[in-house]
Design a protein around this ligand. Sequence first.
Ligand code: NAD
Length: 424
Amino acid sequence: MGYIEPAPLKDRENPFEAMMSRFKIASEYLGLDEEIYNVLKNPTKQVIVSLPITMDDGSIRVFEGYRVIHSNILGPSKGGIRFDMGVNLDEVKALAAWMTWKCAVVDIPYGGAKGGIRCNPREMSSGEIERLMRSYTTALVEIFGPDRDIPAPDMGTGPREMAWLMDSYSRANGMTVNAVVTGKPLVLGGSLGRTEATGRGVMVSALAAMEKLKINPYRATCAVQGFGNVGYWAARLLSERGVKVIAISDLSGAYYNEKGIDIEAAVQYRDNHNGSLDGFPMADKIPGEEILHVKVDVLVPAATEDVITAQNVDKIQAKLIVEGANGPTSSKADKIIADKGIMVVPDILANAGGVTVSYFEWVQNRLGYKWTEERVNRRSDRIMKDAFNKVYNTSVEYNVPMRIAAYIVAIDKVAKTYKYRGGF
Ligand code: NAD
C-alpha cells in the first residue's frame, strides 16, 4: 500500500478554523460570556520541541514535535500523539480542542490535548522511531503525568510507541508509572476492549440514531469509508447487529456488493495483502470517492479529515451519517447536510468510545486492577448511550443539528466548571 502525502493545507479546510466556526455557533446559542469564550478559544499551553535524532546511517536529523494542552479545567488533559508529514501547530491545536469537547460530551473527567511530530514513520526504521519517541517523551517529561497530561496513540502511532513512552517516562521518574499513557499493550496495563472501543461506540451511537429515525437495523444498509481500526470494527459490529454493509473502502478504492459484504472475509483479505483491500474478490471495485454516494441508509466516514465537503455533499444519499473519523465533514458542508434533512452523529460524540475506554485503562492502572472485557464494554456502551441521549435532547431543545448540540453540551459543561473554579 503506497503512502499518500496529505494534501497541502491550502487545499484543505484549516482544521482550527473548522473547529472554531462550530464553537462560535454553539457559543452563540448558549449565550456564552465573551470572557469565557476568549478563555476557551485559546489553548492553555503550546509546546514546540526540537528533536535531533541519530538516523541509522549515522546522520543527524532534526524533527519538530508539538504538544498542545487546550484545557485542563475538567481534569488532566488527554489526547493522542500523531506521527505524520501533515502535522503542524494549527492541526494539533484543533485536535486538542476537539479532545476537550469530546471528553466533556461523554462526561469523563479529562481536559483536552494533542501531540504530534512531523515525520513519515513509513520511511523510518523501528530503531529510528523508537529514538524519536523516547526523545519526544524526555523533552516533555515535565508536561506528561497521570495527573497532568496523558497521551495516547493517534495516526502513525500505536501500542508499541506507547510502550516506549511509558518506559522512558518511568525511567525518568525512577518508578513504573503505567497510568501516564493509554493505548498500551495489554501486558503493560492496556485495557481489554480498547482495540474495538471506537468502532463499538460508532455502532452504539448509530443504533441509537437509527432508533430515533425509525430505521430498522435488520432492513438497513450501510457504507463504511476506511477499513482500518475504526472502519473495520464499526462494519463488523453493525453487521453483527443485522445491518447490511454493502460498501467498504480504503486507500486502494471502494468495494461494493449489494447482497452485503462478508466483513470477516474482507478483514482476512486485508491482513493477508499487506493491509490493503486491493483485489478483494467478493465485491465490485468502484472509485474510492463513490463510497460517499452509494444509496444506503447509514454512511460511516471512518478514514480521515475533510472528505465530505460543499463540493460533494449533494451526492450523498444516506439518511444518517455517523462520523467515525475526526473532522470528516467540512464546516461549509454542515448547512447543506442540515438542509437535506440528514442526521449527523458528530465525531466528538460518535468516536468518543475510544477515549472512554482509554479513561477506563487509566482508572484500572490507578486501581492496580484489571476489568473483564464484558465490564469494559457494558460501561462504555452505557456512557455512549447516555451521551447520545443528552446530545439528542439538546438538539430538540435548541432546534439545532446534532453537531451543534454536541458542542453546546460540551462547551456548557466546560464553561460552568470554569465559572466555579474561577480565574486569577
Ligand atoms: P487506521 O490507520 O487504522 O485506518 C485508516 C483507514 O482509512 C485505512 O483503511 C486507510 O486505507 C483508509 N483511508 C485513509 N485515507 C483514505 C481516503 N482518503 N479514502 C478512503 N480510505 C482512506 O486509522 P483509524 O485508527 O481507523 O482512524 C480512522 C479515523 O478515526 C481517523 O480520523 C482517526 O483520527 C479517527 N479516530 C480513531 C480512533 C481510534 O481509536 N483508532 C479514535 C477516535 C477517532
